[in-house]
Structures are given as structure tokens and as C-alpha cells.
Write a protein that binds this ligand. Structure first.
Ligand SMILES: [Zn+2]
Length: 323
């Protein structure tokens, strides 16, 4: 009950900001297409999915803390990793379809190029989906998700509408790059190591009186829910300092996926797709370098374009050398 109360309260605090972002800011710049009904339905479904997945997990962790003895944190970590894999399998096939319609890529001028590209990269074409992103906003996007049989590349309808066939192909090749270069597996390995460290830390703090005292709560090692709540309230203060490392790691993957796209299609098509995406999304071309280095999961447009141009210049030079 304590955990549910705190989760609901913090959700309540962030709700007005979310509404303001969608209905005020996004509308002011002409991007918003979300109707109030959709927004409210999203909210309801989000709470429901969160409760169905989150409550059993929280109950399991508390039970392990109470009954599994000194090594409870290893068991809890195992449960947490199992939950992560379950989520990765359920998200593309069960959760995302609650919010959007996913249809196979329709026939068109892009289709034949795309099939050839998918075959070349060894990706089953039934894993490629078009999503009705236009239901909520006119922002275009594409992403790669899931693993094993649940892996999918999802392209927003708003993206495919605006890009030329060779640009769509380049964006798809970028997403295929994330798949081929095993970026999701690497991210899982990274988060497995991090969460093991955090569970060990939680096990140590839950037994330390100063941890409770420092937060003005009476020490209560016999009530594991209290330690759990305090830990998750305090954790973001410290993980905030890890944000630049995660951002840097993600940006490295973006460069690798761009290079893959340049090899499989052409650097020029990837550059023109990027330029159009930035233009359509009204994304800034001149982010503050420090803010960008700290927060951005994707490198600034100018750096991505320069990287792609250097790659294509390198390829041209190599071709001239062989000739
Ligand atoms: Zn990417």
C-alpha cells in the first residue's frame, strides 16, 4: 500500500506537466494530434499495465527481502532480470499494440527496395511494421525492439509519408544496424551489471541505521517495503550522475548504426533522411554542447552528418586507391 500510494502520488504530480507538453507546447508548434479521449485512454491503459506488471514484481521482491535470507539481493536480481526479459518479449507483441495499430509495410515504391535490403541483412521481413504514430503527433520516428521471435523494426506512418523511398531505405538500414550489431543485447548486459550493483547496494543500505536516519525515517529493517521505497526515491539523485555515461554509450551505437546504413545503402541517402527528419520535427540543429553531451541519446545532427560525410569520403578515397 505504501509503494502504491507513493507511485500514484508522484504520477499525480507529473500529470499536469504531461498534459501541458501535449496540449500546450506540442499544439503551439502544430505537432499535436492527440485528442483528449486518446490521452485519457492512454492514461488508463498505462495505469493498468503498470499495475499488472509492477504489483507482482514489487510483492515478489518484498517477499524475497523478508524470507530469502542474507543472499536475498541475488534472488531479487534474478527476478528483476527475468522481468526485464519478459518485458522485452511482451512489449512489442502485447503492450505496444494496446496503444497503437501495427500493420505490415504496405506495397509501394519503397517495398521492393526494402525487401532486398532485409534479405541482404538477414532480417525476416515479417518483423517490419508500420505504426499509426499520426494518431498522436506528426513527429516521425523509427525504432528497433524485442529479441528472438519478438524482434521488430517499427516505422511511424508519419516518417514513411514524408521520406523518399531511398531515404526510407536508409532509415531502415540504420535500424537494421542496431539489430545486426546486437545493440539490445549489449544494453541488456550493461543494465544487468548495473542492477546487480544496485541490489547489492540496497542490501547494504537496508541494514544501515544511518540510511534511515539520514532520511528522517525510523530504522525499520524488519519492514523491507520502507527500505525499498526510500531507495527508489533517493536513487535518481545518484543515477543522474551516470546519465552522461549512458548517453555517450547510446550515441556510440547511433554512430555505429549510421555507419552500417552508409555501408548497406548510401551515406548521401542517410544524410538527406536525417536533414528531413530534423526539419520536420523542428529539432534544434545547434544544441548546447554540454547539455547534449550529458543528456542526448542521439548525437547532434551536424555531427551525424559530418560523420556520414567522412565515411563516404573515406569510401571514395578507398575506391580511388583500388582503381
Ligand atoms: Zn538509432
Amino acid at each position: 500500500m505504501l509503494i502504491v500510494a507513493i507511485v500514484l502520488l508522484s504520477a499525480l504530480v507529473s500529470l499536469p506537466f504531461s498534459a501541458w507538453r501535449t496540449f500546450a507546447i506540442e499544439s503551439r508548434f502544430g505537432f499535436n494530434r492527440t485528442r483528449l479521449g486518446t490521452w485519457l485512454a492512454d492514461l488508463g491503459k498505462g495505469v493498468l499495465v503498470g499495475a499488472i506488471l509492477g504489483l507482482p514484481l514489487a510483492a515478489l521482491v518484498i517477499a524475497l527481502m523478508r524470507y530469502a535470507g542474507g543472499a536475498w539481493w541475488l534472488w531479487a536480481w534474478g527476478a528483476w532480470m527475468g522481468f526485464q526479459f519478459l518485458l522485452l518479449a511482451l512489449y512489442p507483441t502485447v503492450i505496444a499494440p494496446l496503444f497503437n495499430k501495427f500493420t505490415p509495410m504496405p506495397d509501394g515504391p519503397a517495398r521492393t527496395r526494402i525487401e532486398a535490403l532485409l534479405a541482404r541483412c538477414g532480417f525476416a521481413s515479417r518483423g517490419l511494421y508500420l505504426m499509426d504514430g499520426s494518431k498522436r503527433s506528426s513527429h516521425g520516428n523509427a525504432y528497433f525492439t524485442g529479441f528472438g521471435r519478438a524482434k521488430r523494426i517499427v516505422m511511424f506512418d508519419t516518417l514513411v509519408e514524408r521520406l523518399a523511398p531511398e531515404e526510407t531505405e536508409a532509415v531502415l538500414a540504420h535500424e537494421l544496424g542496431h539489430f545486426k550489431l546486437r545493440h539490445i543485447a549489449k544494453r541488456i548486459a550493461w543494465s544487468a551489471a548495473m542492477s546487480l550493483a544496485f541490489f547489492a547496494l540496497l542490501a547494504w543500505l537496508a541494514r544501515a541505521d544511518w540510511f534511515y536516519g539520514g532520511l528522517y525515517v525510523p530504522p525499520s529493517p524488519e519492514r523491507p517495503g520502507v527500505a525499498l521505497v526510500l531507495f527508489f526515491l533517493v536513487l535518481p539523485v545518484f543515477t543522474f550522475l551516470l546519465a552522461p555515461v549512458a548517453s555517450w554509450y547510446s550515441r556510440r551505437h547511433e554512430y555505429e548504426a549510421d555507419a552500417y546504413a552508409a555501408r548497406q545503402t548510401s551515406a548521401g541517402a542517410m544524410v538527406s533522411a536525417l536533414v528531413r527528419l530534423y526539419e520536420d520535427n523542428a529539432a534544434t540543429l545547434t544544441p548546447d554542447p554540454l547539455h547534449s553531451a550529458f543528456h542526448d541519446s542521439h548525437p547532434p545532427a551536424a555531427l551525424r552528418v559530418a560523420h556520414l560525410e567522412a565515411l563516404s569520403a573515406g569510401t571514395a578515397a578507398a575506391a580511388a586507391a583500388t582503381a
